[in-house]
Design a protein around this ligand. Structure first.
Ligand code: ZN
Length: 294
């Protein structure tokens, strides 16, 4: 398997131009990705490799907003070693030694210092790993030096007090340097970040996970984060084994997907290797991706 493509896809959401940037590939255990769903069911949707892993992506969203460029999530970054990358099947190296995220930004004509806001759905390494990066000399720097990084206060505290179950996903080098440099803005609850961009709590994957609702000129799009990581996770009980509160995820999905259906949101999938976005339909039994073009 090779890292998912295309690297960049563009569209309009109302008056906003947005780009999804595929920040690399990741392969995680298929059983862990689908929780209680038996393999004969999930492997029909996403096949497993010889190590029982499924191909995933790490799709970030760049919003060209009148107030400045906004990036949602930052991929896995460049700080992890080869052994780590092999275990998680991470393929995100850029063409010139940076990351695929930075390559994608370059393709759009953006350099990291152009980004004015970074919103993290949560602080797991595959969502916040690109917040900071190592330079050639091994020292650490803030990847987006002119950006304010927006994180939920509860998520930061949760990351700083990890336990035996959660520690494998939280690395302080991805967020403590931001706090030290006074680059973090903490939010507590649902909040309009700038006009048309609203952070919405979507707990379950982590207790303080958030998603982002984008609204412009009557159109709505929703960056799901890890609430529904791929389109295969649209059925309500298809919930990751990684979630710390799976029954909370269930209720969050029930609420959000109903709204997505009723209001015809464009939903954006962060970890889907092939499907960047789509609309939701309910066939009387289950939620699924609408066959109509998004
Ligand atoms: Zn994730």
């Amino acid at each position: 398997m090779t890292a998912p493509s295309p690297r960049v896809q563009r569209r309009k959401i109302g008056d906003f131009t947005v780009h999804v940037i595929q920040a690399g590939g990741q392969r995680l255990d298929g059983g862990a990705m689908f929780g209680v769903v038996p393999k004969p069911l999930w492997e029909k949707r996403i096949p497993a490799d010889e190590r029982n892993r499924i191909q995933l992506g790490m799709r970030c969203l760049l919003i060209d907003h009148p107030s400045g460029l906004i990036l949602i999530d930052s991929g896995a970054g460049n700080k992890e070693n080869e052994k780590f990358k092999d275990i998680y099947g991470i393929e995100n190296e850029g063409a010139d030694g940076a990351t695929m995220l930075e390559d994608g930004l370059k393709e759009i004509g953006v350099v990291p210092s152009d980004i004015s806001l970074v919103i993290n759905t949560h602080l797991h390494f595959d969502h916040a790993g690109g917040n900071t990066r190592t330079r050639d000399d091994g020292s650490l720097e803030i990847t987006f030096p002119n950006a304010t990084y927006i994180v939920r206060r509860g998520e930061y505290d949760y990351a700083m007090h990890s336990n035996e179950r959660t520690a494998a996903s939280y690395f302080e080098r991805n967020y403590v340097p931001l706090e030290a440099a006074d680059k973090l803005e903490f939010i507590a609850r649902e909040k309009t970040i700038v006009k048309g961009i609203r952070a919405i709590p979507t707990p379950g994957h982590t207790p303080f996970h958030q998603s982002v609702l984008i609204e412009s000129a009557g159109e709505r799009a929703f960056y799901l984060g890890d609430l529904v990581p791929t389109h295969a996770h649209l059925p309500l009980p298809w919930i990751m084994g990684y979630d710390v509160e799976p029954l909370v995820t269930l209720e969050t999905k029930r609420r959000i997907l109903k709204q997505a259906l009723d209001e015809k949101w464009l939903v954006i999938f962060e970890h889907d290797a092939t499907v960047a976005w789509g609309r939701v339909e309910h066939d009387g039994k289950t939620y699924k991706l609408s066959s109509e073009s998004a």
